[in-house]
Design a protein around this ligand. Structure first.
Ligand SMILES: [Ca+2]
Length: 445
């Protein structure tokens, strides 16, 4: 009898407190990627003309990175690294998958993507936005771990007509082309909001993994009110007056920020905000229409403006708010980091990224490591504050050496002052190139 009373009391206690009625679930994950947003592209990174209150709030409630680098200088390579946790060169996606010449290639289905990893751990996985890892339906995101997908598979579409650079309609629901009306940035947000509502862990009993790769602020440059610039069957894009682009660009960033606000709002309305890890990042630096925060160079290049990008993580349940993070971080670190937050390891035989979890939660330093970057004939190695840049040409390699601790602008090439270090870093870069080409694990230090 005593036992029965005890059980009744326990049930009453649990239901009165409103807690522990369902077991604590792993955190939800939301990865939001901007396209071509430079280091100075939003207000919390020093931009004084654009208004991005929602990203600023996310940074204030989480951690803002100051030395975060996109794995690639352009779209597809960074996305391959995000999906796999590896240097993209290992996946075969070292360059852009172009609408013109690469319609039959894509990220190998044998790769274990971040969505497939979370799926193994009982997550519902959704993706809304830009894929850019294969045009053919044989490479569709629904074959790479995403239960739901709506968006486009090329590098960029007309924001209104959803047509790629080569004149193909490019708006997909799952593995079928099916167009709908709407401004792509708004559609991506609406699908993200709906996914969070429908996959509320309180209803499903499962956490969710949501990937929101925005098109903004990549060209073509179009606002909500602007006209269509592409037609089916015609390659190319109608021109926009050059002097109007900076104001259009500003609005494109602001509409994306507004959408991110809606995502944060629905997480709060569904009481999931505290138990959700939101990771915001850009896939590479800006072109000359954007703002790279005064750093040298642009998208596609090997200087800081091409790869150092805004990145923010928020996880109110576990991460202290309002911190700056100065560690050198790459896109490929996201996969192992997010898995570590649910006490899991990547299932691939090996990956190149490392977990930032201890650093983010306890502010410990990351283990020392060299990081590598290569695109076309250009590459760099970062070793602490040192950065060696190599640009290959038929007339011999051009080598430069910078110390970013006092020369973030990369204006003072000190290669002639440090011959031993120069040779050491060149050797490391060559070894790395061989290793990623031949599929051998990089041996650090
Ligand atoms: Ca991009």
């Amino acid at each position: 009898m005593k036992k029965v009373i005890f059980i009744v009391q326990l049930v009453l206690f649990v239901s009165c407190t409103g807690k522990k009625e369902i077991p604590d679930l792993n955190p939800n994950i939301v990865v939001i990627m901007a396209d071509d947003l430079g280091y100075g592209g939003i207000s919390c990174y020093g931009n004084t003309t654009v208004y991005t209150p929602n990203l600023d709030l996310l940074a204030a409630e989480g951690i803002k990175f100051t030395d975060f680098h996109s794995n690639g200088a352009v779209c597809s390579p960074t996305r391959a690294a995000l999906m796999t946790g590896k240097y993209q060169q290992r996946t075969g996606v070292g360059g852009v998958i172009t609408a013109k010449s690469h319609r039959e290639v894509g990220l190998n289905l044998n790769e274990t993507t971040i969505a497939e990893e979370f799926k193994k751990h009982n997550y519902n996985c959704g993706m809304f936005g830009k894929w850019h890892l294969g045009y053919s339906k044989a490479y569709n995101p629904t074959l790479q771990g995403f239960d739901e997908y709506t968006g486009f598979v090329s590098g960029n579409i007309d924001y209104h007509a959803h047509i790629d650079q080569e004149g193909y309609l490019d708006w997909w629901k799952g593995n079928k082309i099916e167009n709908e009306e709407g401004y792509s940035t708004d559609l991506i947000t609406e699908y993200g909001v709906k996914f969070i509502q429908e996959n509320n862990p309180k209803k499903t009993g499962k956490p969710f993994f949501l990937y929101i790769p925005h098109e903004a602020p990549h060209g073509p440059y179009q606002r909500r009110i602007d006209k269509i610039l592409r037609k089916v069957g015609n390659a190319g894009t109608a021109t926009v007056p050059k002097d109007s682009i900076s104001s259009i660009y500003k609005e494109m960033v602001e509409v994306m920020d507004e959408g991110i606000g809606k995502i944060m709002q629905v997480l709060k309305e569904t009481a999931q905000y505290e138990n959700t890890i939101v990771f915001f990042l850009s896939d590479n630096g800006a072109n000359h229409y954007g703002n790279n925060g005064g750093l040298r160079g642009y998208k596609g290049g090997v200087y800081e403006g091409g790869s150092r990008v805004p990145a923010i993580i928020s996880y109110p349940n576990k991460i202290k708010k309002g911190m700056l993070n100065k560690q050198t971080v790459l896109t490929m670190d996201i996969l192992p980091t997010l898995l570590d937050f649910i006490d899991q390891k990547p299932s691939s035989a090996y990956i190149d990224g490392i977990s930032l979890k201890d650093n983010l939660v306890h502010q410990t330093n990351l283990p020392s490591r060299d990081v590598f970057f290569a695109f076309g004939n250009k590459s760099f190695i970062r070793s602490g504050a040192w950065k060696l840049v190599r640009i290959k040409s038929e007339n011999g390699d051009k080598i430069e050496l910078y110390n970013l601790s006092y020369d973030i602008q990369e204006t003072n090439d000190v290669s002639s002052d440090n011959p031993d270090l120069l040779n050491k870093l060149i050797d490391k870069l060559k070894i790395w190139e061989k290793e990623v080409k031949e599929g051998i694990k990089v041996v650090s230090e």
